[in-house]
Design a protein around this ligand. Structure first.
Ligand SMILES: [Zn+2]
Length: 276
């Protein structure tokens, strides 16, 4: 088990800014996902959710990570620049937001190259971390992460503490997530029920209980767990849910030995702990 010195529990607040692309990328599955109401559900994320989230993070002086697909970086460039300018990490979340497991190696590679080129053009740096769109991937995706020298992945769910996936060139750090710490199964809802991962409209109090319970468990266990919350501004930007997130932040902040940081900071600490 990998322990980070002096840390009882590491916390990463991560936001997948899928915006309307999440619906557009599903149009081939069901054309109804392209209708204006569906698309507007996604627009709420960059237009309303992100500014509110940035204000909340600023109030608590927290640096988070935003995984933004290339298509959204192009459509909402000013938003992406603001997030970056405020010191948050920008993670790689594909260009087109299509499930990589549905693509051939060549198609995956093309999507990576297009997304990485854009990333460098806008942010003048390479991304450190990856989260797969659709929380799905295959071994070809891992080969590409290795080839493009990603430091960490935060899609896998094999543990609740950091671990390593040894590839040909790199030992890639995994900062694992889990569905219970993803807002989509709790809050994701659309009128077309064949949208994957759709849950229901859960009370924010229920989700607070689940999220706090998981955090408290990790903290008490004191085994070097990492608590990676995966949130979507189009869901979390609603006022009731943001108040719930603020309550959770205050709770985590009230305890010693909790490190709330950008995932790359945790990944670097993991590498240090392993002497890499
Ligand atoms: Zn996404």
């Amino acid at each position: 088990m990998i322990r980070l010195e002096g840390i009882k529990c590491g916390v990463c607040l991560t936001f997948d800014v899928d915006g309307p692309l999440i619906w557009r990328s599903k149009v081939r599955v069901n054309p109804k996902f392209g209708n204006p109401v569906c698309v507007s559900l996604g627009e709420f994320g960059p237009e309303v959710g992100v500014p509110r989230i940035l204000d909340l993070l600023k109030r608590y002086e927290i640096q988070a990570c935003f995984f933004i697909p290339g298509g959204i970086i192009e459509e909402y460039t000013e938003m992406a620049r603001r997030i970056h300018g405020e010191g948050h990490e920008i993670g790689f979340h594909s260009y087109n937001h299509v499930n990589p497991a549905d693509l051939t190696y060549e198609q995956q590679r093309e999507d990576f190259e297009r997304g990485l080129d854009l990333f460098e053009r806008i942010f003048h740096q390479r991304p450190y971390g990856y989260r797969s769109p659709a929380a799905d991937m295959d071994e070809k995706t891992w080969e590409l992460l290795d080839e493009f020298d990603f430091v960490y992945d935060t899609t896998m769910m094999g543990k609740d503490s950091p671990y390593i996936r040894k590839m040909k060139r790199n030992s890639i750090v995994v900062l694992p997530m889990h569905w219970i710490l993803d807002d989509w199964p709790h809050f994701g809802w659309n009128m077309y029920p064949n949208f994957p991962y759709q849950g229901n409209i859960q009370s924010q109090e229920t989700v607070y209980e689940i999220w706090k319970g998981e955090f408290d468990g990790m903290y008490e266990l004191d085994e070097g767990c990492v608590y990676v919350l995966c949130m979507h501004p189009q869901l979390m930007g609603r006022t009731s849910r943001l108040k719930m997130l603020e309550r959770l932040i205050r709770h985590m902040r009230s305890l010693p030995g909790v490190w709330i940081a950008r995932p790359i900071e945790l990944a670097r600490e993991v590498q240090r702990a392993l002497g890499q």
